[in-house]
Design a protein around this ligand. Structure first.
Ligand SMILES: CC(C)(COP(=O)(O)OP(=O)(O)OC[C@H]1O[C@@H](n2cnc3c(N)ncnc32)[C@H](O)[C@@H]1OP(=O)(O)O)[C@@H](O)C(=O)NCCC(=O)NCCS
Length: 212
């Protein structure tokens, strides 16, 4: 990666070969669809105790479970996908550091649930997650014609709640004591951002960063 071309997929080589710009990019990361086979590769990472605690895995998941999940993501010609999951990749890099996407996209009502996790706990709190949420919101409102993007987050996940607030989400509701974890019941916070909230955000949109 060079200062002159911060969003390139790959470092330009000495021959000056063409490096395409990512379609979905933010200030720090770019997004590329997850291949179903990659989900199984990520099993060890999401079995990390810290990530599982915040992301909601109660016990370690298996490769077979990840494979079954991956089947939801297989492209079927002619089918409107209800799940769209992307790798989060630092700009100028190729290696994913987590996933972000929509699950259960409700195309009739223009609503979708956002899901995100960075899979290396050493990378939490460095701004990658908020940037990835921003890019996904731009994609959801700017390409999928969504009206509302919502998410569910555990009340003890203050870092995530702060990240979502920075991205423009507001609290809709609490579902009280709906998460049992480590011997205690917790509330789950439902947060959302509406199309009008997103339009009013002062930050540049993903496509402003990507160029014409
Ligand atoms: C949630 C997640 C995607 C957020 O991404 P991130 O890159 O870590 O978030 P950012 O660095 O952009 O922002 C975190 C904010 O929370 C703040 N923060 C960090 N720890 C905090 C804490 N314990 N309490 C309150 N705020 C905290 C940071 O200071 C920062 O706010 P600031 O920019 O105003 O200083 C990421 O932390 C993650 O993947 N966590 C593990 C899995 C998870 O929780 N998934 C979400 C399930 S709903």
């Amino acid at each position: 990666m060079t200062d002159a071309d911060p969003g390139a997929y790959a470092p330009p080589d000495s021959s000056g070969s063409y490096a395409p710009q990512p379609m979905l990019r933010g200030e720090k990361v770019w997004l590329r669809p997850v291949e179903p086979s990659e989900l199984a590769e990520g099993v060890e990472k999401v079995n990390d105790a810290t990530i599982a605690h915040f992301a909601g895995f109660k016990s370690p998941i298996t490769r077979a479970g990840a494979d079954r999940f991956g089947q939801k993501l297989v492209d079927e010609p002619g089918r409107t996908p209800s799940w769209l999951i992307f790798n989060i990749i630092p700009l100028g890099d190729q290696k994913g550091i987590g996933t972000v996407g929509f699950r259960d996209i409700d195309h009739l009502n223009g609503s979708a649930e956002l899901t995100i996790l960075l899979d290396d706990r050493r990378l939490l709190g460095k701004g990658y997650g908020t940037d990835a949420v921003n890019v996904l919101c731009d994609f959801g409102f700017g390409e999928l014609r969504l009206e509302r993007i919502f998410l569910r987050v555990f009340d003890y996940n203050a870092r995530a709640i702060r990240s979502y607030e920075k991205a423009g989400f507001r609290t809709d509701a609490l579902t009280r004591r709906s998460r049992f974890h480590r011997g205690v019941h917790h509330d789950v916070v439902v947060m959302s951002i509406l199309r009008d909230d997103w339009l009013a955000l002062p930050r540049p949109k993903s496509w402003d960063l990507a160029g014409p």
